[in-house]
Design a binder for this molecule. Sequence first.
Ligand SMILES: NC(=O)c1ccc[n+]([C@@H]2O[C@H](COP(=O)([O-])OP(=O)(O)OC[C@H]3O[C@@H](n4cnc5c(N)ncnc54)[C@H](OP(=O)(O)O)[C@@H]3O)[C@@H](O)[C@H]2O)c1
Length: 251
Amino acid sequence: MTDALPWKTAWVTGASTGIGRDIVLQLKAAGVNVAASARSAEKLSALGPDIVTIPLDVTDAAACHAAVERIESELGPLDLVVFGAGTYAPVAVDSIDPKLFAHTMNTNYMGVVNCLAAVAPRMLARGSGHISWIASVAGFLGLPKAAAYGPTKAALINLAESLEPEMKLKGVRISVINPGFVATPLTAQNDFEMPFLMQPDEAARRTIAGLVAGRFEIAYPRRFVAILRTLRALPYPLFFRLITRFVLKDK
Ligand SMILES: NC(=O)c1ccc[n+]([C@@H]2O[C@H](COP(=O)([O-])OP(=O)(O)OC[C@H]3O[C@@H](n4cnc5c(N)ncnc54)[C@H](OP(=O)(O)O)[C@@H]3O)[C@@H](O)[C@H]2O)c1
């Protein structure tokens, strides 16, 4: 990535591995001053010396405020934030564990809300900035095993839709990133063949390109997104028949 990007400073959460890590490295390579957060200070330190690393658990609302305070005092006003911290664990229908559901919602959804609450007032006061978060194509529709994860991502898409119009009137841009399957530690636990699997550096490239283009929704890969949207639009009897046949592989 060599073209100048429209941001001077950025903050990325979920930056120690996977998609977030590659977003950080590509933003930095393009000359953006980047702050990177995740819980693991050790993994963050592997990002290199020119990146401001702020270890943070996004479920801690006060720590999110302190992180933004520190980043803006070190780097100056944030132009772009990408909230990518997230967790996933498959759910078997015969072991519904409320603790797992609460943990997933607290990390994936409230983690974004906590970071949003810390950064939005500052951007609104300045009348500028871009706030983006990583949801998922799993937020489009209910998928087997994703009973704890999917609802958190559907909530994140709804959150972005809900905030975008008023934020835009006040000069702050909101966008939502919906990747398909990406080869990261999060998906390494999947015991099935993941269709249209993408590498994290390619996911990061598409994310940054979508952010630069100013799209509200950045969804990829295109063919997988189109298949899932088509499935979503089907009447439920057909929708469930196709899911049972092609996802559960049960004729
Ligand atoms: N991979 C996919 O196929 C895919 C598809 C669609 C959407 N996504 C979404 O993309 C985002 C990035 O996922 P990934 O695939 O790149 O997975 P990943 O490599 O496992 O990255 C997850 C990141 O979130 C951080 N994290 C987890 N819990 C946290 C917490 N409580 N506070 C702060 N940071 C936390 C992790 O670092 P620490 O453990 O050090 O905290 C790590 O940096 C997630 O929101 C995921 O749901 C992934």
